[in-house]
Design a protein around this ligand. Structure first.
Ligand SMILES: NC(=O)c1ccc[n+]([C@@H]2O[C@H](COP(=O)([O-])OP(=O)(O)OC[C@H]3O[C@@H](n4cnc5c(N)ncnc54)[C@H](O)[C@@H]3O)[C@@H](O)[C@H]2O)c1
Length: 258
């Protein structure tokens, strides 16, 4: 199956060194014009370089309503309305209820949830005005589907993103704007490179390896393409079977009893 995104314009938020960069490059290879966003201008630039000649850097803070509106406006004036949005940016603070500060809680939930809300609003508004169809993919997480120690804000925010996806899908359906999510499991370094890829165990992943950024980029490519034209409101788990288990080693270790 070949995917053709020529004529489409994409915005990938948080196109830093790991998952976002692979998504940006994959959409560009399929023919889309791609805006690579990141809070850090040097990361937006390096993602755009990595993604090739159809990609450009668009640094801004997704949690700042004015910056979001201005960036989406500038980008739309230069290359036309954005009709593919990948809400990928995220941060985490590996702390639990009693150790996370209010500021840290707000940073995580605001970046993940408010960032997706503001970028979706800016893109959807302009698509409706232009009477154009479009596709949004929110990058969720297996941690949005179940509890995990030391991830209270992140798990809360990602769980919210799963239902944000459904609610937005229903709201946008009359405008032919499809909204889905992808749930990665452990992939490369952890978010914010808190833990290196080499240090991460994959005992609980039935397919026996960490995810790779390209695994998620392939899923995003499918979901934004015309081949997925009847798919909206779903979460596509790209997790090596992680969520098919109870998330414990006993589910994947052939020597463990029941
Ligand atoms: N890495 C994993 O193992 C993993 C697992 C499950 C889900 N995810 C999800 O996948 C997505 C990408 O993860 P990653 O590992 O590539 O993360 P990453 O930390 O490598 O990249 C995230 C990028 O978002 C940017 N960012 C943070 N705040 C921002 C803001 N306010 N405005 C704009 N950009 C901002 C950061 O600068 C960073 O470059 C995230 O949503 C994450 O939650 C990752």
């Amino acid at each position: 199956m070949t995917y053709d995104l020529s004529g489409r314009v994409a915005l990938v938020t948080g196109a830093g060194p790991n998952i976002g960069r692979a998504i940006a490059a994959t959409l560009a290879q399929a023919g889309a014009t791609v805006w690579c966003n990141d809070l850090k201008p040097e990361l937006a630039l390096s993602a755009a370089k990595f993604a090739g000649e159809r990609a450009m850097a668009l640094p801004f803070d997704i949690t700042d309503p004015d910056q979001v509106e201005k960036a989406v406006d500038d980008a739309s004036k230069k290359r036309g309305p954005i009709d593919i949005l990948v809400n990928n940016a995220g941060v985490t603070v590996p702390r639990g209820l009693l150790t996370i500060s209010v500021e840290q809680w707000r940073l995580v939930t605001r970046t993940i949830q408010e960032g997706a809300f503001l970028c979706s609003r800016a893109v959807v508004k302009r698509l409706i005005d232009a009477r154009k169809p479009g596709a949004i993919v929110n990058i969720a997480s297996t941690t949005g589907h179940r509890g995990r120690k030391n991830a209270i804000a992140y798990a809360t925010a990602k769980g919210g993103i799963l239902n944000f996806t459904r609610a937005l899908a229903v709201e946008c359906a009359p405008h032919k704007i499809r909204v889905n999510s992808v749930s990665p499991t452990k992939t490369g370094a952890s978010v914010g490179a808190v833990e290196s890829a080499a240090a991460r165990s994959f005992d609980e992943i039935p397919l026996g390896r960490l995810g790779q950024p390209q695994d998620h980029a392939n899923a995003v490519l499918f979901l934004v393409s015309d081949q997925a034209s009847f798919i909206t409101g779903i979460d596509l788990r790209v997790d090596g079977g992680t969520l098919a288990t109870w998330g414990t080693r006993s589910q994947t270790d052939p020597t463990a009893g029941s």
